[in-house]
Design a protein around this ligand. Structure first.
Ligand SMILES: NC(=O)c1ccc[n+]([C@@H]2O[C@H](COP(=O)([O-])OP(=O)(O)OC[C@H]3O[C@@H](n4cnc5c(N)ncnc54)[C@H](O)[C@@H]3O)[C@@H](O)[C@H]2O)c1
Ligand SMILES: O=C(O)C[C@@H](O)C(=O)O
Ligand SMILES: [K+]
Ligand SMILES: [Mn+2]
Length: 353
């Protein structure tokens, strides 16, 4: 029996609803395999934990996570009790950085049965490779002076190493797909870092003559996500641009509640972390109406990561069968609850056995 040990961090808001649901789905699909099991260990780290302890996770939190095979996270953030920059930097961003999860892979594709809000969605299937360790997400900077003289400075960090690493990852991914890579830039307005980004893209592209490349300013690129998403295959983007593009990618699929993501540790030193694109959704938390598909599709990415692609494909196909039958939560126009969607999915998975 192969056992995969997963540290599970539901976090805040709907994370507490969709993570337990997705854990049950993972157990059900692993049971189909026979020789595979997932062992989830829950960690209560969240904004509630912060209000009790003054920290998002204990001082040895990373040490507690380090020997797990992977981390399965829901969402972090409850701005009513903890400012968002404190909660995210205290847990999510710390794990991404300290565990060198330098790449964030975020697919967006029109699943069977999904109704995109776009009039002409044209069967798009794209993946955003988001640089996940630096860029605009930086703790370098500060605030000085008071009152009307107040100044805030935030320095973006772009290293050749980090930029090239994200681009090479994206090129390798494009090689396995439709051999097209788009670079998200803004070198018309951002004077230093984006021309640097463009130069590195040109340098790296020389090693991949078979990949068709183009470079688009992020503003135009965002518009093309709406008007012609089928044009894209792989997109490589800086941390912030990738963040924004992937909520848009989720929205054109039909809901931010379905988009998955994988924070990949590429050097094998630490576990990777799997979490949906969406946040803790305070507006719907506790109502049983959160869409569990983002978390469940994220579990599919985790199955793929461990080489269980066959199970991953079966899971995605079963999700598509639910969508086709309109067994969906309200964000997709349905009337079903988180648990009803999850239970129906599990029932259909059991029938595959
Ligand atoms: N990776 C993360 O942990 C992460 C990601 C994004 C936001 N956040 C945090 O989450 C909190 C809320 O952020 P936000 O409102 O900007 O983004 P959000 O993704 O939580 O919510 C945006 C909108 O999408 C809806 N939504 C999100 N997930 C859904 C789901 N599974 N099913 C149905 N509807 C869903 C919400 O109800 C809301 O209307 C903040 O504290 C923010 O910092 C955390
Ligand atoms: O990276 C972030 O900004 C947090 C969240 O918005 C995300 O997309 O994971
Ligand atoms: K999340
Ligand atoms: Mn985001």
């Amino acid at each position: 029996m192969k056992t995969i040990k997963v540290a599970s961090i539901p976090g805040d808001g709907i994370g507490q609803e969709v993570v337990p649901a997705a854990e049950e789905v993972v157990k059900a699909i692993a049971a189909l395999h026979g020789g595979l099991s997932f062992e989830f260990t829950r960690f209560p780290w969240s904004c509630e934990y912060y209000t009790e302890t003054g920290k998002m996770m204990p001082d040895d939190g990373l040490k507690q996570l380090t020997d797990f095979d992977s981390i399965f996270l829901g969402a972090v953030g409850d701005p009513r009790v903890v400012p968002d920059h404190i909660s995210l930097w205290g847990l999510l961003l710390t794990i991404r950085r300290e565990f060198e999860q330098v790449i964030n892979v975020r697919p967006a594709k029109l699943l069977n049965g999904l109704r995109s809000p776009l009039v002409n969605p044209n069967d798009f299937d794209l993946i955003v490779v988001r640089e996940n360790s630096e860029g605009e997400y930086s703790s370098v900077g500060g605030e000085i002076y008071q009152g009307g003289d107040q100044i805030a400075i935030q320095n973006a960090i772009f290293s050749r190493k980090g930029t090239e690493r994200a681009m090479r990852y994206a090129f390798e991914l494009a090689k396995k797909r439709n051999k097209k890579l788009t670079s998200a830039t803004k070198s018309n307005g951002i004077f230093h870092t984006m021309p640097f980004w463009d130069r590195i893209f040109t340098d790296v592209s020389r090693d991949y003559p078979d990949i068709e490349t183009d470079s688009q300013h992020i503003d135009a690129l965002a518009a093309f996500f709406v008007t012609a998403p089928h044009r894209f295959d792989v997109i490589v983007a800086s941390n912030l641009f990738g963040d924004i593009l992937t909520d848009l990618g989720a929205a054109i699929m039909g809901s931010v509640g379905i988009a998955p993501s994988a924070n990949i540790n590429v050097n094998g030193k630490y576990p990777s972390m799997f979490e949906p694109v969406h946040g803790s959704a305070p507006d719907i938390a506790g109502k049983g109406m959160a869409n569990p598909i983002g978390q469940i599709w994220t579990a599919k990415m985790m199955l793929d990561h461990f080489g269980e692609e066959e199970l991953g494909s079966a899971l995605l196909a079963t999700i598509e069968s639910l969508l086709a039958d309109q067994i969906t939560t309200p964000d997709l126009g349905g009337t079903f609850s988180t648990n009803e969607v999850t239970n129906e999915l599990i029932a259909r998975l059991k029938k595959l056995g």
